[in-house]
Design a protein around this ligand. Structure first.
Ligand SMILES: [Cu+2]
Length: 135
């Protein structure tokens, strides 16, 4: 009887080891596939050199009015503790929520006047004016 119970324990522990090794294997591919997206998000913050910067500070866009030429890039940086966005009211651009010290670059594509708000705090207002390319 003792041998049989030992045998059972041996089999049970062997099964456990197999199960553990299987379960520890499966999260790994997920981790490696989720890594590239995490890395992809990061370079965007420092990748491009911006032509102008809008700081989001104390629930305000600084400067609130900015003009850039077509093809130029404006970088929004949130230095507040709160998340903020730069969201064009006519849908031309949307930074999505920026955490503290997170940046977002927008390259102007079309001349025009683009009022924008923070979608989290709609009282925050700014205007981006995109001018014709200088020849
Ligand atoms: Cu905000």
């Amino acid at each position: 009887m003792k041998y049989i119970s030992y045998f059972c324990i041996m089999i049970a522990s062997a099964l456990l080891v197999v199960l553990l090794s299987l379960s520890s294997c499966s999260p790994n591919p997920k981790a490696t596939t989720s890594q590239p997206t995490a890395i992809k998000d990061r370079p965007q913050t420092s990748q491009q050199t911006a032509d102008a910067t809008v700081k989001i500070r104390n629930f305000k866009f600084e400067p609130a009015n900015l003009a850039i030429a077509v093809g130029k890039t404006v970088q929004f940086i949130n230095v507040d503790e709160e998340p903020h966005t730069a969201t064009s009211t006519d849908g031309a651009f949307n930074s999505k929520a920026l955490d503290t010290n997170q940046t977002w670059n927008y390259t102007a594509t079309k001349p025009g006047t683009y009022p924008y708000i923070c979608s989290v705090h709609p009282f925050m207002k700014g205007t981006l004016t995109v001018t014709q390319k200088k020849n």
